[in-house]
Design a protein around this ligand. Structure first.
Ligand SMILES: Nc1ncnc2c1ncn2[C@@H]1O[C@H](COP(=O)(O)OP(=O)(O)OP(=O)(O)O)[C@@H](O)[C@H]1O
Ligand SMILES: [Mg+2]
Length: 396
């Protein structure tokens, strides 16, 4: 009896789970459909700039490497901006030395892979995404490198349900983004290469030198077709964590992305990116906030360089990273504050709290550095009174 009772319960539970399990699954798939149809929070570069890419492709009469969507010249124009003969304006994505971009693009047309190196926030990820979008029309073949990245993420894995049901075969194989890029002749991306354990990194050596990915379980291989290449990014600060082996490094051409050379360049990058981000968040336009942006950039540069812009006063640098990327987020947060709690114009009070949060990472040491900078530099500066007061208010 009790056994029956168990059975009944089991059956009932089984049914209940089955029934309950199906409904959410349906809803989940509806949800996915809705997401795809609705406004995505952050579309891929090839979607955001589809019009520019199409205009470039139409105007581009230079030779294209096999399976490239654009010629190297057009890819560089896509990144650096320009005006096409028909008047179409291509917005600059990357602000920096033209030569670096030309070297990066050219590398992708050779048999060497591209390594973008630089301190945090120098647009390595950003450039890698846009290069893949312009060259292959697809920036999504991406492996995110972490300390836990397994070999399968770079080579291939297995769908175990299929493997058990049908045995090893192509249907049971789950190709990695790199494998898919090889088969399609597209651009693969590996983010944060130096965070990946050394033995897993070595998987890339065969791929990059032999241009093939063996699948011993099937006695097969996937050979890269023309058009395949790989862009990796790595952080300067991580160097030494899992340093690249010389064997792997030799497979890459390295392009070092610098911090913006001049204050004007940095102000341009910040206002341009804040403008783009602001539009997607329905925030007010930047122009009125330009003074504040200039101030944030000045503070960042001075604290980073350890000296004021006129070169007269030495200042101490705080422990955290003060890159362009942080400046962009301080200003974007400030704009959101101004929009929701102010009159829509970016003012010192809107950026002060964000600035403090970025500069003071270590509550003890960084606070001293910040206060010293406020009192010796900011306080004395012409036209910075409101800014000084706002900073004092949040620091106290
Ligand atoms: N020179 C530049 N030109 C255009 N945008 C820039 C430049 N420098 C920084 N940015 C902007 O900074 C932001 C951060 O860049 P990104 O995330 O690519 O940096 P990263 O180098 O990959 O940093 P991390 O090492 O932390 O991964 C992006 O929004 C990018 O647009
Ligand atoms: Mg990055």
């Amino acid at each position: 009896m009790s056994a029956d009772g168990w059975k009944t319960t089991e059956a009932a539970t089984g049914e209940a789970t089955g029934g309950a399990g199906e409904a959410p699954r349906e809803r989940a798939s509806e949800g996915t459909g809705g997401e795809a149809g609705g406004a995505v929070l952050r579309p891929h570069a090839e979607e955001t700039f589809a019009d520019e890419l199409a205009a470039l492709a139409a105007a581009d009469d230079r030779p294209r490497p096999e399976r490239w969507r654009l010629s190297p010249w057009a890819v560089a124009t896509y990144l650096l901006g320009g005006t096409l003969p028909d008047g179409t304006v291509i917005t600059p994505k990357y602000v920096g030395p033209r030569r670096l971009v030309e070297v990066a693009v050219t590398t992708l047309a050779t048999d060497r892979a591209l390594l973008l190196l630089g301190v945090p926030g120098t647009a390595k990820t950003w450039v890698s995404e846009h290069l893949a979008a312009a060259v292959s029309g697809d920036s999504t073949l991406l492996v995110q490198g972490t300390a836990g990245t397994p070999e399968e993420a770079i080579r291939y894995g297995w769908n175990y349900a299929r493997l058990l049901a049908h045995g090893p075969g192509r249907e049971a194989l789950v190709p990695s983004p790199v494998m898919r890029a090889m088969a399609r002749g597209a651009t693969a991306r590996v983010e944060e290469l130096t965070r990946i354990p050394a033995d897993v990194q070595d998987t890339l050596i065969t791929i990059l030198s032999e241009k093939t990915l063996p699948i011993p379980e099937l006695g097969e291989e996937v050979q890269a077709v023309r058009g395949f290449n790989l862009i990796a990014t790595a952080n300067d600060r991580d160097r030494g964590v899992n340093d690249l082996s010389s064997a792997l490094r030799r497979r890459f051409n390295t392009v070092v992305l610098p911090l913006p050379g001049t204050p004007d360049a940095e102000v341009e990058i910040v206002s341009r990116r804040v403008g783009q981000l602001g539009r997607s968040l329905d925030l007010p336009a930047v122009p009125e906030g330009l003074d504040e942006i200039r101030r944030v950039v000045t503070v960042f540069r001075e604290l980073r360089d350890g000296v004021t812009e006129d070169g007269r006063t030495k200042v101490k640098s705080p422990s955290g990273t003060l890159s362009t990327a942080e400046a962009i987020s301080v200003v974007t947060n400030g704009l959101a504050l101004a929009a929701h709690f102010g009159d829509g114009v970016l003012r010192p009070g809107d950026v002060a709290a964000g600035l403090l949060g970025v500069v003071v990472r270590d509550p003890a040491a960084d606070r001293v550095v910040w206060q010293e900078y406020l009192e010796t530099v900011v306080r004395e500066r012409d036209g910075w009174k409101d800014f000084y007061r706002a900073c004092r208010e949040v620091t106290a």
